[in-house]
Design a protein. Structure first.
Length: 172
């Protein structure tokens, strides 16, 4: 089973000038394969799935989510809540439309991630960018997994912070 922290932008910040910060917490996701080798491998019925951790006082509920029927050997992804000890601050640092063709804008963004945990964490930051877009600059490498999403894997040191910055040109 893999645990993943995921922060997803809503995509509304690209066609307009914004001010202020958006503070958010990444979601916590567990991913696994319904495989016989892992003690599963039969059809999982639709319903609620709960995740627990062991503690000296007994089991602690980490979270729950609804899943649909899952056939053997298929992947399962469950979002169980938000990380309270990882915080993001998202802000638009520049917006430009003047001097660009009609329907084109450039925006620059900064996302600061703080980690209050005692261990390093990796957060998958996914920005939803509408229209036809071109990444002009970025502080960390990214991939283009789909036409409308830009993912980054950002590592945040224990008790520290990391910043992701990028500038994108969008044509609507």
């Amino acid at each position: 089973m893999e645990k993943e922290y995921r922060l997803i932008g809503n995509g509304s910040q690209y066609g307009q000038q914004l001010s202020g910060e958006i503070i958010d917490n990444p979601s916590i996701r567990f991913r696994f394969t319904n495989a016989a080798a892992d003690g599963l491998g039969r059809g999982l019925p639709a319903g609620t799935i709960r995740f627990y951790a062991s503690d000296s006082g007994g089991p602690i509920l980490l979270g729950e989510d609804a899943v649909s029927y899952t056939a053997p050997e298929e992947k399962v992804s469950v979002t169980v809540g938000e990380a309270v000890d990882i915080v993001s601050e998202r802000r638009q640092t520049d917006f430009q439309r003047d001097g660009l063709p009609r329907g084109v804008s450039e925006t620059a963004h900064a996302i600061t991630l703080r980690n209050a945990k005692t261990t390093d964490v990796s957060v998958k930051v996914i920005e939803r960018v509408p229209g036809d877009w071109t990444m002009l600059s970025k502080s960390q490498p990214h991939s283009k997994e789909s036409a409308g999403e830009v993912p980054w894997d950002v590592t945040i040191p224990a008790g520290g912070k990391a910043e992701l910055t990028y500038r994108v040109r969008v044509k609507f």
